[in-house]
Design a binder for this molecule. Structure first.
Ligand code: NAP
Length: 737
């Protein structure tokens, strides 16, 4: 049982907000009685006739004495006066809250009046409203899915806060808590300043007689921007007084922003202008995403999407593939840290690489695009990054987070990195520990999970000892940090891993040395802008290579695909199984080997796949399992225990293939698959995009149509997959909703 009751409510000030709250409480049956008091008796009568309140208060003293909860919904300017009036009649168990748009002035007034504040006093502010005033405009659904900020004080009883929070949740609001000063600062920037600018713009344009003509031609931009200038002038007048200091600070910040824009226009500085506009555009999209904690691409993760595949089509022709994911990340990072302008072609517009791109925008780098894979990065040099205005959000991209840890460990400003729910449960220890060895100051949440807080150090010293690494991402983070260290960075690779970062560093003019299995980078390096063409992604190609191999009569050429030796494990394994794969037109481009891959149909046979396959064909494992499922005889994967433990991709594939009639045996450290004829039916990808893509290939080779559920993540991960699959001949359809 709570100490505070909310059964009898008294609303003082029965206008838009007070009336809407009263209405919502009554219609949802959240309280026993709502009484209304307003200095304007007519508002109360109207409220009664509209069913907003149960009764009109004539005797304020009696109403205050019997109320469990008093809601002050009067203009901010008169809050103090009302508090002063009701103070003698308040009893200690009464809850007292308000809805005012500013909080500091109310709390100051309350302190002046009460000395020690009552424990039931919980200031509040609903972030909801309209341009209308008065109880006639009240709306019981005004607060649904809107934020409500509570600013409890040190004297406030937590149970009082809880009681008020429950009522607001009951009327549909999302309740947040903040300190009073933070509230006034945030609201000055996000609500008060925009309203004042809207008033000021309309006033400025309307000022001179001939300008009134302008309104006749006003297009959407003007109307959208100035809609809020139709709000209640008296209320905004009061807010200017109530939140004076914060507003002045925000007006000054805004004025200097406008001054910078004016200056760029006057000087004809197109880079500065593009910088302002691209940053603002992406920041706008970024804020919306953060608010929704959503993905970078327009599709949302949880959107239900089913893939339907009809088997039996032939596969023929040529196709190019989306840009390589790993290389896209590194291209943007090194381009941002280089001196000069880098043009990148073939950038993958997938969720992860977009997270990296946005992070560098947050760090002050001007980036144009991506537009059809083209990105232009105006590099700021190794020491030109700017402190971000807040924590950097990286969605679900572990690659972005690990690599950025390396770069940000060496910056002279503090940063915080965080991600969505999934990324928040992934440990970053493998990268944080060696960076600490290099002298970085990094804090994580429990078990090494994000958020990651990096505090600046004077200079990154570097490590005396060679740093042992077993993954490409950790190696890359250390190399990026190594660009800033005072000592040589020396890395020992425990097992082979992708070398895109080393190659890309070379392309930007920073060659590394390799000696006795150690990778070495000397200090004092700089990066020079270049031109890059990102090769097609071999991991994306894997699905089509397997599909063509398994389809009688197929001949498919995949153009300009990256064939980095650290990535071609799948090609080697498929060849051992009998696949007919030819690399033609092989050449080096932008420091990466590329080729066209020609695949013809071939009958596959099962093989023994040794333990080290994991590092060579990790991402391609689902595609490989489909090949094994349709090969003659048994395929046995050794050393799968780690993979089974580390992610559930292998388990998801085993489950789906079993449902499709393929015998899959997991025994200790190995997985055995006996090739079979695949049925159609319905399976789930478990939300894993690579599993969804591999099962699409399985469906193409099955004996009956196949439905694959939970495929929304494919659009985020590999936006062009469905179109591309159809283009080469796979009858794949996407069903949404
Ligand atoms: P409103 O529609 O004008 O309602 C305020 C009511 O309070 C009016 O009926 C007013 O009467 C009455 N009042 C004024 N002084 C009083 C007094 N001394 N004793 C009793 N009643 C008195 O205003 P509102 O938009 O609901 O705003 C109310 C509060 O909500 C303000 O503090 C505002 O900052 C806050 N708020 C507003 C919005 C919004 O978008 N409107 C959003 C969030 C928060 P008169 O008409 O005679 O003055």
């Amino acid at each position: 049982m709570l100490r505070f009751s909310t059964r009898k409510v008294l609303v003082i000030g029965l206008g838009l907000i007070g009336g809407s709250f009263a209405r919502a409480l009554r219609t949802r049956g959240l309280v026993d009685e709502v009484a209304g008091y307003d200095r304007n008796r007519g508002e109360c009568e109207l409220g009664l006739s509209l069913g907003v309140i149960d009764c009109v208060v004539d005797d304020l003293e009696a109403a205050v004495r019997k109320a469990d909860l008093i809601v002050l919904a009067v203009p901010v300017k008169v809050m103090e006066q009302v508090l002063c009036e009701i103070k003698p009649w308040l009893n200690p168990q009464t809850l007292l809250t308000d809805v005012g748009s500013t909080k500091g002035n109310l709390v100051e007034a309350a302190r002046r009046l009460f000395g020690t504040l009552p424990s039931g006093f919980v200031p509040g502010h609903p972030i909801a409203g309209t341009e209308k005033s008065g109880v006639g405009a009240s709306d019981e659904s005004l607060f649904v899915r809107r934020k409500l900020i509570l600013t409890p004080l040190p004297e406030t009883d937590p149970e009082a806060t809880l009681a008020i929070a429950r009522l607001w949740q009951g009327v549909g609001s999302e309740v947040l808590q903040m300190e009073v000063s933070r509230h006034d600062e945030v609201l000055a920037a996000t609500s008060h300043l925009p309203h004042l600018l809207a008033f000021s713009l309309v006033d400025t344009l309307a000022h001179e007689a001939e300008n009134t003509d302008i309104f006749r031609y006003a297009a959407g931009g003007f109307r959208d921007f100035t809609r809020i200038a139709a709000s209640d002038p008296t209320m905004w007048h009061d807010i200017c007084f109530a939140n004076r200091d914060q507003l002045l600070a925000q007006i000054d910040r805004f004025s200097s922003g406008v001054e910078r824009l004016r200056d760029a226009i006057e000087r004809g500085d197109s880079q500065a202008l593009l910088g302002i506009f691209t940053r603002a555009k992406s920041a706008r999209e970024h804020f919306s995403r953060i608010l929704a904690r959503a993905a970078y691409s327009p599709d949302l993760h949880n959107h239900p999407v089913t893939f339907r595949v009809r088997p039996g089509n032939s596969i023929n022709g040529r196709a190019d593939l989306p840009g390589d994911r790993s290389i896209s990340h590194r291209a943007v990072m090194l381009a941002a840290l280089a001196d000069g302008v880098t043009d990148i072609e073939g950038f993958l517009e997938g969720e992860d690489s977009l997270a990296t791109l946005q992070a560098f925008r947050d760090l002050g780098v001007v980036i144009e695009g991506p537009h059809q894979g083209l990105v232009r990065v105006y590099g700021v040099g190794l020491h030109g990054l700017q402190p971000p205005v807040g924590p950097i959000y990286l969605g679900s991209s572990g690659t972005s987070m690990r690599l950025l840890c390396g770069v940000l460990s060496a910056q002279p400003f503090a940063t915080e990195l965080y991600g969505d729910q999934t990324l928040s449960t992934v440990s970053m220890s493998s990268v944080v520990e060696p960076l600490r060895q290099m002298g970085a100051t990094i804090e994580t949440a429990e078990n090494g999970c994000p958020p990651i807080r990096i505090t600046p150090v004077e200079a990154l010293e570097g490590s005396e000892q060679p740093l042992r690494v077993s993954s490409a991402q950790v190696k890359s983070a250390l190399l990026l940090a190594g660009l800033y260290t005072q000592k040589q960075t020396c890395i020992e690779q425990v097992k082979p891993s992708r070398d895109h970062t080393e190659r890309m560093l070379g392309r930007f003019g920073c060659e590394l040395k390799e000696k006795g299995g150690l990778l070495m980078m000397s200090p004092g390096r700089k990066l020079t802008a270049t031109r890059l063409r990102v090769p097609g992604d071999l991991s994306a190609a894997a699905f089509f290579i397997v599909a063509a191999t398994l389809t009688p009569g197929a001949e498919l050429t995949l153009e300009h695909v990256g064939i980095n030796p650290t990535r071609i494990g799948l090609l080697e394994l498929l060849r051992q199984m009998g696949a007919d794969i030819e690399l033609i037109n092989a050449h080096d481009e932008c420091a990466e080997p590329v080729a066209d891959i020609r695949v013809r149909h071939a009958q596959l046979r099962g093989i023994e796949i040794p333990e080290h396959w994991q590092s060579l064909a990790l991402d391609e494992c689902p595609a490989l399992l489909v090949a094994a499922a349709l090969a003659e005889g048994e395929t046995k994967l050794h050393g799968a225990a780690d993979l089974l433990a580390a992610n559930n991709r292998l388990a998801l594939m085993s489950e789906a293939l079993t449902q499709l009639g393929v015998p899959v045996r997991v025994e200790g450290d190995s997985v055995t698959i006996r090739g079979a004829r695949l049925h159609g039916g319905r399976v789930s990808s478990g939300g894993d995009p690579r599993v969804a893509m591999a099962l699409s290939v399985a469906g193409h080779c099955a004996s009956a149509p196949l439905d694959i559920d939970q495929c929304a993540s494919v659009a985020l991960f590999c936006p062009e997959f469905v179109d591309q699959a159809r283009r080469i001949g796979i009858a794949l359809y996407k069903e949404e909703g």
